[in-house]
Design a protein around this ligand. Structure first.
Ligand code: AMP
Ligand code: MG
Length: 328
């Protein structure tokens, strides 16, 4: 069985082709980049609409697959930016109807976990999913991926990018430059905000920006914001491991590229005899293959939907999805 997966929750339009053995035949993408500032939902949706047909043709050409060989269409149904979700969902419905194949609506966050399991061999991990739009600590218990901690405001990637912009770092994405500058920095105290098992990043950003205005060195703030935010994440991840008694940790999302975050989580896992894996970059960022793979799993569990009943769900939570395909 061959599934075409379409990702479009935020700035990335991704199209992937994956078969039921988990083989990825194509994974292409086109990214919207704002000229200035953060993502503008309508502009991002316009980008996806304009790029979609060419990207689909490129995906088919790269993989040597024809439309007629596709058995299933999956799309990112949520959570995400409404205009982006609707644009991509419209295309997915059209393809499903035109090709006469079933349609599956995939939860973006759950798809990050499933492609992580597929590409690393993790079987039942606690997952730390940190990207531009999400920060969640997840684990499968009682039929669903439960949220063992999440941000109460902005996502970690967004926080680091916002901080970078506010202190005058012009490179994109800012968080990557923050990681480089942090190497020459020394610690200055910043607030450490863990509430129960939830996290809050926006006050830390505000505080760091205020210290910058008061004359603190950018390198020191880069170092400190990483140390504090990553420690918070490591603390909550460890608590989830202890509570669930799982012995695997999976790191995914765009922020997984950060070496210091990997190092901190790695040390914590070593100390607990826990297996630590990081999703390969191509599959850690938003991508179409993860939607295709989760689409196959959902279809096999009987979770296809009628195109007439496939409205997007911009606020769809990870723990609202019945993960019927997970067997343990
Ligand atoms: P995604 O939302 O999964 O596409 O991931 C994009 C996010 O990952 C953005 O917020 C980036 O700033 C962030 N990111 C990329 N590289 C790094 C890095 N080296 N350290 C921290 N965050 C990063
Ligand atoms: Mg994502």
């Amino acid at each position: 069985m061959l599934c075409l997966g379409m990702e479009g929750t935020a700035h990335t339009l991704g199209i992937g082709l994956v078969d039921s053995s988990g083989r990825v035949l194509a994974n292409t993408k086109s990214e919207y980049r704002p000229a200035k500032g953060g993502i503008h939902p309508r502009e991002a949706a316009q980008h996806h609409g304009a790029a979609l047909a060419d990207l689909l043709l490129e995906t088919l050409k790269d993989s040597g697959i024809s439309l007629g060989q596709i058995d299933l269409v999956a799309f990112s149904r949520g959570p995400g930016l409404g205009p982006c979700l609707r644009t991509v969902a419209t295309a997915a419905r059209l393809l499903s109807i035109r090709l006469g194949v079933p349609l599956v609506g995939v939860n973006h966050c759950v798809a990050h976990v499933e492609i992580g399991k597929l590409t690393t061999g993790a079987t039942d991990p606690v997952t730390v999913y940190v990207s531009g739009g999400s920060s969640q600590i997840l684990a499968f218990i009682g039929g669903r991926y439960r949220v063992f901690g999440e941000t109460e405001d902005v996502a970690l990637g967004n926080a680091l990018d916002t901080f970078a912009r506010e202190v005058g770092i012009e490179e994109f994405p800012g968080a990557k430059k923050v990681e480089q500058l942090a190497k020459a920095g020394r610690y200055v105290p910043l607030p450490y905000v863990v509430k129960g098992t939830d996290l809050s990043f926006s006050g830390i950003v505000t505080h760091a920006v205020e210290l910058h205005r008061a004359g603190a060195k950018v390198e020191d703030l880069c170092f400190s914001i990483q140390e504090v935010c990553f420690s918070m994440l490591t603390e909550v991840a460890e608590r989830a491991l202890a509570h669930t008694e799982k012995d695997e940790l999976l790191l995914t999302g765009g922020v997984a590229a950060n070496q210091r975050l990997r190092e901190m989580l790695g040390i914590m896992c070593d100390e607990r005899d826990c297996r630590f894996s990081v999703v390969p970059r191509e599959y850690a960022m938003d991508n179409g293959a993860m939607i295709a793979w989760n689409g196959i799993l959902m279809y096999q569990a009987g979770q296809a939907i009628d195109p007439a009943d496939s409205a997007v769900m911009p606020k769809w939570r990870t723990d609202q999805v019945d993960a019927l395909w997970v067997k343990h």
